[in-house]
Structure formats: C-alpha cells, structure tokens
Design a protein around this ligand. Sequence first.
Ligand SMILES: NC(=O)c1ccc[n+]([C@@H]2O[C@H](COP(=O)([O-])OP(=O)(O)OC[C@H]3O[C@@H](n4cnc5c(N)ncnc54)[C@H](O)[C@@H]3O)[C@@H](O)[C@H]2O)c1
Ligand SMILES: [Zn+2]
Length: 362
Amino acid sequence: MIFKIPVKLKDNPYAIAVGHGILGRLPGLVGALKLGRDAVVISHGRIQRLHGRQLSAAFAKAGYTVKVLNVPQGEKSKSASCAMDLLKKISAYDVDKKIFIVALGGGVIGDLAGFTAAIYKRGVPCIQVPTTLLAQIDSAIGGKTAIDLPTGKNLAGAFYQPCLVLADTAVLKTLDRRQVRNGLAEAVKYGIIGDPKLFSFIEAHSPKLLKGDVKSLDFIVRRCAAIKAGIVAADEKETRGLRTVLNFGHTVGHAIEAAGSYGRYHHGEAVGLGMRVAGRISAAMGLLPAEDELRINRLITAVGLPQRITGVGLARVMALMQHDKKFSAGHNRFVLARKIGRVTVVSDIPSGIITQSIRAYL
Ligand SMILES: NC(=O)c1ccc[n+]([C@@H]2O[C@H](COP(=O)([O-])OP(=O)(O)OC[C@H]3O[C@@H](n4cnc5c(N)ncnc54)[C@H](O)[C@@H]3O)[C@@H](O)[C@H]2O)c1
Ligand SMILES: [Zn+2]
C-alpha cells in the first residue's frame, strides 16, 4: 500500500509516497507526472547492487531507458568536481532525450543529485528515492540541495524541489544499526518540536526500531515526513522563520560534528548531543520542566545515541558555533524546548549558560 503525503507548495506541489516494497511502483508514479521516458539514476555502487538493479529493471519493463551514474560513496562526493563530472556525463548522454534525474541513496546522493538536477539546463525534473532513514524523514524532503566547498559544508546549493519523493521502507532493512540510530535522532527531534505522540511512540518502540522493525519504521517515516512536509509548505525557502524549528539540537550539533572533522560523529549522533545541550539550556533558562528534560535525555539514550561529548573540546565547539547562521555580530539564537512537542526561538542567551550546558556533557 502506498501512503501519499502532499507537500502543498504554491508553485510546485508534489507528493511523498511512503510504503513497504514500493520501489517497483516508481515507473507508474513517474508516468502519471509525464516527465519523459529517459531516467538518469544517480547512486553509488553499493546501493546500486542492493536496490538499484530492481529499480532499473522496473523502469526498463515499463518502457523507459535507464542510465545509471554511480559516484563514490561518502560525503566527499558532495563536491564541485563530482557535480561537474556528472554534468559532463549527463550532457554527453542527453541527445534526443527527455531526461529526468532519480536520486537513489542517502542524503549525500540526494543533495548531490538534486543540485545537479537544479543546475543542468537550469533545471531538469528530479525524483528523490531516499534509502537511509535520515534521508526518508528529512533530507529528501524540502528541496534543499547542495555540495560542499573546501571552506565548509553545503556552501553551494539551491532550493530545488523534487517532483516526487518515494520512500520505500523495505530498503531500510539493509541499513546498518549506526545509520538507523542516525535517523532516529531526527525522529526524536520531530517529536520534541511538534509531536508528543510520535515522541511517546519512539519511547515505547525504541528496541524494535533499533532492530529495524519494519512496521515501527513505517510509522516513523510517515509521521516525520508529514511534519517536515507541513513545515516546508509553510516556509518553502526559510524566509518566514518557521523552518528554523527544524534546527532544534543542530546549533551545537553542527559544531560538534565539525569539531570532530565530520569523522568522529555522524550527523545524528552530533544532533543527539546537541539536543541534550539544547534541553539543558532550555531548563537553565526556566523554560523546560526537569521531568521533560529527563525524558528527552532518556529517549536519546534509548535509541543508542552517545551520552557524552568526547574527543572534542569546549573551546573548539564554542568557536565553531560562532559560524552558525543563527549567530551574527555577537548575537546568538537557539531553538529551545518548552515541553515535549513545543519549541520556541530565543535570542541572546547568556554565554555562561551555553558553556555550562555544553560542559554538562563533556
Ligand atoms: N538537504 C537537506 O535538507 C539535508 C538535511 C539533512 C542532511 N543532509 C545531508 O545528508 C547527508 C547525510 O545523509 P545520510 O545520513 O543519509 O548519509 P549517506 O548518504 O552518506 O548514507 C550513509 C551510508 O549509508 C549507506 N546506505 C544508504 N542507503 C542504504 C541502504 N538502504 N542499505 C545499506 N546502506 C545504505 C550509504 O552507502 C552510506 O555509506 C549529509 O551530506 C547532509 O549534509 C541534507
Ligand atoms: Zn539534521
């Protein structure tokens, strides 16, 4: 069964299709969009072997031509040289065709392929087929595409909405545990920012979720994708401040990730630590009741995320935080929790409270 979540954008509305074992249904869904008959699948070798062949076969059976372009695995592929390489290959292939791009992979592939689709011929249709939990509930939705520059992550990019997102929860079976935990950090975040029932669901099902139980993961993907779809529809290009709440735990989280040179901590692990710190700041500011802070910390532990910040120092984390978009000219801005399911944006928090709150987890 396919569960469809609408992303209600004024100019370019699209759907997120969620379901178990629905990868083979993609050609049918694409057909209804009348995009063309030539699919260019951007992926990498491992995903291709695990899930891509099935997808290519389904496209071929439905009468599409399929060109697969694999890039190396990992964040290093989100580079200008990799994007350029793809552009050259696509342009050489794209003769007498009407192509659309299919991003098959985690957030790295989604960001890179989305960026490539945005700039090739000033934009060709893009379908996101996220294969990690993080990508299914977060990165594939909302049209943020990017590559990294030597000076920092995601520094070159565009808002470019996909025409369709297809999240097949069956592909999550092949994810390793660390990747599942990584995605669960974002799911916990959605619970804190706006969905107490989702939070309670993760509390009740964390052992099952960690084991990759499909039914529980299916519920999480649908619920989180719907929350993200709603926020994106209300603030497509992050101009109204509504998308900001998605950054809960990310201000400190990003700094921890960067302090570990993107190797020590995965994104979700750093965000888990960032959420602990954000909870501590919220409580220290008198916003969050102690029992809610405790519940947040217990759940972050229950989904297998780190309990302490190790191997990176306070001074480095503080210095890196100054680069955050929400910090400018000596002012700071944090998404803080008032209770589970409700957050607020607070500016100019005393730096002593921030340092004490980070120190609490060192
Ligand atoms: N655009 C956005 O809004 C947004 C939001 C959050 C994160 N991001 C970006 O997303 C990226 C991180 O994404 P990620 O966490 O998905 O990492 P990733 O894309 O690197 O994938 C993680 C690993 O999982 C493997 N993998 C993917 N799907 C698999 C499957 N079904 N089975 C087995 N292995 C599989 C990949 O090969 C890779 O090694 C970062 O570059 C980040 O900047 C973007
Ligand atoms: Zn995140």
